[in-house]
Design a protein around this ligand. Structure first.
Ligand SMILES: NC(=O)c1ccc[n+]([C@@H]2O[C@H](COP(=O)([O-])OP(=O)(O)OC[C@H]3O[C@@H](n4cnc5c(N)ncnc54)[C@H](OP(=O)(O)O)[C@@H]3O)[C@@H](O)[C@H]2O)c1
Length: 247
């Protein structure tokens, strides 16, 4: 018996990286998974793999910089499965602009993709989850939601906002919905590769107790913990999954 048998889980940004690893793990544990992202080919590949292994999934192609995307994702999930038990707000974009250079457009895009879409999709699923009880929302922030580490002002601001959103939602949605978050450190994904991969993170790895980057699967297992009753007395918390940065 799987830990998520009979559950429906939306995982945004599950066409690659830690979202994709979480989609595979949740499906293996019995969840029906709604895979989302912009890349249709990779989304379909995730669905195909889940189905090939006996699981159940659909994909929804939506760009979350467009604030109508949450409605599209919600509608597709409801049309396919008629309910939602778990939402993982994971889709995210890196914005490398610094304070002095960032344009309002880039700043707002980072906020919309990384935070506003999470708020809007959560607003869609919350009434259903409230009525059911025993539901879980998991927000993916970052260790740059705790401290800046770098100057990437749009990204850092959006991830701090994700931390605040998690706490505010937990207060408002308890007890029927548990809202927690994950703050990943450097995790080996396409996003990490886009800024030079593991090699570019030498100084950070030096400050990490485990002296390595993490894997997407190491985020997925924490997401599973937060998506089940195993975390029954945890609410409004952000768990750092970073190998021990600056401990
Ligand atoms: N990797 C790290 O070291 C690290 C550290 C801290 C936090 N994080 C956070 O972890 C989350 C997952 O990132 P990852 O590292 O797994 O990176 P990734 O492999 O690049 O995955 C990012 C996911 O987000 C989706 N996405 C990006 N922009 C989107 C948009 N505008 N609309 C819809 N979907 C979008 C991508 O789908 P498409 O490409 O198909 O659109 C992809 O599925 C992000 O929130 C990121 O900020 C990552």
């Amino acid at each position: 018996m799987g830990k998520l048998d009979g559950k429906v889980a939306i995982i945004t940004g599950s066409t690659s990286g830690m979202g994709r690893e979480t989609a595979y793990l949740f499906a293996k544990e019995g969840a029906k998974v709604v895979v989302t992202g912009r890349n249709a080919e990779r989304a379909q590949a995730v669905v195909d793999k889940i189905k090939a292994e006996g699981g159940e999934a659909i994909c929804v192609i939506a760009d979350t910089s467009d604030l109508t995307a949450p409605q599209k994702i919600f509608d597709a999930a409801m049309a396919a499965y008629g309910t939602v038990d778990i939402l993982m707000n994971n889709a995210g974009m890196l914005s490398l602009a610094q304070f002095s250079d960032i344009t309002p457009e880039e700043f707002l895009k980072a906020i919309n993709v990384n935070v506003t879409s999470a708020l809007l999709l959560s607003q869609k699923v919350a009434p259903i989850m409230k009525a059911k009880g025993g539901c879980h929302i998991i927000n993916v922030a970052s260790i740059v939601g705790w401290a800046a580490h770098w100057g990437f002002v749009g990204y850092v601001t959006s991830k701090h906002a994700m931390v605040g959103l998690t706490k505010a939602m937990a207060n408002e949605l308890a007890p029927e919905i548990h809202v927690n978050g994950i703050c990943p450190g450097a995790i080996r994904t396409a996003m990490l590769d886009s800024v030079g991969g593991e090699d570019a993170f030498g100084p950070m790895i030096e400050r990490t107790a485990l002296k390595r980057v993490g894997e997407g699967s190491e985020i997925a297992t924490v997401a599973l913990f937060l998506a089940t009753n195993d975390s029954s007395f945890i609410d409004g918390q952000l768990i750092r999954v970073d190998g021990g940065v600056d401990v």
